[in-house]
Write a protein that binds this ligand. Sequence first.
Ligand SMILES: Cc1cc2nc3c(=O)[nH]c(=O)nc-3n(C[C@H](O)[C@H](O)[C@H](O)COP(=O)(O)OP(=O)(O)OC[C@H]3O[C@@H](n4cnc5c(N)ncnc54)[C@H](O)[C@@H]3O)c2cc1C
Length: 425
Amino acid sequence: MSNMDRRSFIKLLGAATGVGLAGAPFITSAAEMLPKKGRRVVVIGGGYGGSIVAKYIRINDPSIEVVMIERDRKFVSCPFSNTVIAGFRDIKDLTITYDKLAANNGIKVVHDEVTAVDTSAKKVVVSGGTISYDRLVLSPGIDFRFEEIEGYDPVATPKVIPHAWKAGEQTLLLHKQLVNLPKGGTVLMSIPEMPFRCPPGPYERISLFAWYLKNHNPSAKIIVLDANQDIVSKGKLFKMAWAKHYEGLIDYRPTHKVVKVNTRKRSVDSGEGDIEADLVNLVPPQKAGLIAHKAGVVGEDKKWCPVNQMTFESTIAKNVHVIGDACMAGVMPKSGYSANSQAKVCATNIVQLMNGKELIDPSHVNVCYSFVAEKEAVSVAGIYKVAEGKTIAVPNSGGVSPDLSELEAIYAKSWIKNILHEMSS
Ligand SMILES: Cc1cc2nc3c(=O)[nH]c(=O)nc-3n(C[C@H](O)[C@H](O)[C@H](O)COP(=O)(O)OP(=O)(O)OC[C@H]3O[C@@H](n4cnc5c(N)ncnc54)[C@H](O)[C@@H]3O)c2cc1C
């Protein structure tokens, strides 16, 4: 086998096996894409966590080289994507590129898919070869546990029954289906068991489905099948909003876990027989992004990554850190703001570790805004600290907004503008 042929084979093998390749000596023979001169951190993912950890490592210590690998050239934000589905925001406002982030902070951005991680050799595999690291940060977000829903075809089903739990094409498809809903038609949304990305996200979406239908298709109905026992975040506020604005429009059914789907019939089953609808928005159960599984840093639950709460270093693989939705961070919800906060703590303590200095005690913040109508929103806030190795809520901190309010909607718009600016500059 020629050198080139062998390399291609190795790459294909890495992509195809989908298993942890720790210690596999053959990976190391693939071509090094960016020969390493000094100290280097590689970041996988350029979303809410990845862009910020890359930026703050460079801010905290410009002598450390940072290579951020992101498969897409443009990032579309999930926060605010429900407002695109309801038709009162353009997806362009939620789309960022990486040129300014790279230029302003001296980050090397590589647009490629990481197909394997060799944690022994400290290398990641992309289509162009391998990239070596001293420390690796994974912020790959989520992937889905499709296999838990009988009849779900990962390729065919989302084209007919969108989840829209990753923003972009799926968001636009769901918006189109909502606009084209027959007069008096039925919308069905199913919510998986916790934990999942953005606990208030499904209830915001239901509110905005209802807002759209009230204004454009008032005889339509919404059925909600929630696998949880009750609304999992800001429950009182969502119930207030549904009673105030959408009386009789939403049929909310808790403890209804969807176990089966029929893509052709557009129907789902939560154990009581098939329910058909004109529009089905099935959000599947979730797990850490696939590359975390390939890197071998997922815990015994086979879903999420256990990490040291001070540094976000994996408790399974040394020199590998996991932040954002993919990691287990105590009571912090899986949100973009949490990922942003974790990224800053992780960046600070990676720099401390790489310079042989003492770790800094973390303090985290999270605020999640949810729209309940075009101009009304609600919010939940939390402050977190690490105590005895666990991330806990600071006693008597945080809470929810007292009422539905236009002011919260103004705060929300300011939040998205600021956080997307921070990620892209
Ligand atoms: C409908 C909805 C509404 C939401 N609203 C809010 C909100 O109002 N506020 C809030 O704080 N949060 C909200 N969230 C949650 C928020 O989107 C996530 O918590 C956040 O995106 C997590 O950040 P992350 O860095 O873990 O993942 P992401 O932001 O998803 O970034 C992961 C990145 O990694 C890349 N990637 C993955 N694997 C690879 C690979 N192998 N190679 C190269 N690149 C790879 C992906 O392309 C992606 O760009 C919402 C979510 C949804 C679905």
